[in-house]
Design a protein around this ligand. Sequence first.
Ligand code: ADP
Length: 480
Amino acid sequence: MTLRVLSIASEAAPLIKTGGLADVAGALPAALAPHGVEMTTILPGYPKVMAALGKAKPVHSWPSLLGEPARLIKGKLGAHPLLVVDAPAFFARDGGPYADGGGRDWGDNWRRFAAFARAAADVAAGAVKGLAFDLAHAHDWQAAMTPAYLRYDGVSLPSVMTIHNMAFQGHYGADIFGGLGLPREAFAFDGVEYHGGVGFLKAGLEAASAITTVSPTYAREIREAQFGMGLEGLIRSRGARVHGIVNGIDTAEWNPETDPALAQRFSVRTLPRRIANKRALEAEFALDSHDGPLFVVITRLTWQKGMDVLLEVVDHLVGLGGRLAVLGSGDAALEGALHAAAARHPGKVSVRIGYDEALSHRMQAGGDAILVPSRFEPCGLTQLYGLAYGCVPVVSRTGGLADTVVDANLAALAAGAATGVQFNAVHYSALADAIDRTISLYSQTDVWRGLQRAGMKSDFSWSRSGKAYADLYAALVEDR
Ligand code: ADP
């Protein structure tokens, strides 16, 4: 029996991407197909998404979707079915999915994503002729009102709510409640009410049949205040209904044997060829060329990612003979501080501000180690790409970083299982110690090769995680 799942996401690669959520939503349909799941993705009709649709005919229309006219259009996300909510009043805007060109959030995001979720709930519940679903799977706060709408519509369809990052919750004032089209009783402690206002993610977590997040460690961490960010009590109360499933990587996109972005392709059997990528990266970043360790960082420049602490250890790293290449964008103060560090250490530290997918591939292929000093990290993808490319991850022990990198302690080294370096807390001395350890491991050529090989052989394809989602869906549909 094929299970029909509607995946509700505010972004999905390759059509629209601002971060890791897009990679996951884009990869899920193919990851689930081998496990008897037909996944249809539903997206908002941003200009980029509409342009990719061409001239498709609408399959449904809403004279008033939270007050605005909207249509539903069928398309394709790669080889898989796609539905698009074409509501020009909400989505036909230049700029990003959530913010204008200047980076300011659209002031009506609550209404835009409530409307999107309202439409998705209608579709999931079978309001559109010819479309039927067994389960709804909502991603992050932008889709989180879908399970809430299903609940207050009295629809018993099972639903899954996935948290990709607890830091983004969609929290608004109580004054928006009247615009959501929900019955009065929904504004309740166990409904959409959250600290006197309305919480989108909170509402979804209350209403969904099951909750998932993107690693087992993060699933445990969000039970505590430091990571739960106000929702820890709710997560604890949902107990066994909270699951952690690690993200996979797209191995067609991220394969050093076939990657067209690289100066020199390589595999676990031809690791010495990697050096050509290191030389090319040194040239691209105007770094001194030598055999000492080259660290890379590829990231959003934010507090979450620990970039302030990275800045504190730059002098230490350079003092030990290391070099550092950073690709990132985000916080202007961090950008400025990184430029200043590069100016202090010409030939040793170099920074590119911006978002550059191809360069990120070249950095994973040419760097010796990738630094990921995140304060919290639900799953993290850059350490997985590092593993696949022989760029040894040096990571804080949190969330998905803790679950996917095996620390090079003596036991793991002896067993040949080590794939990277972990450190406990994101502050100066812990990161400096981790860099010391990394440089010492790097100086032992055979040990370092062993780390690279073990990383490249570890399996972070979607096959295991696809099965985990499929099993969860099947159990929920059976329970119904
Ligand atoms: P998050 O979703 O919190 O930003 P993840 O590690 O889960 O962190 O995913 C980040 C994704 O974005 C990865 O695919 C990473 O390679 C990519 N990325 C982040 N910053 C940049 C950048 N400046 N240029 C290119 N790719 C980037």
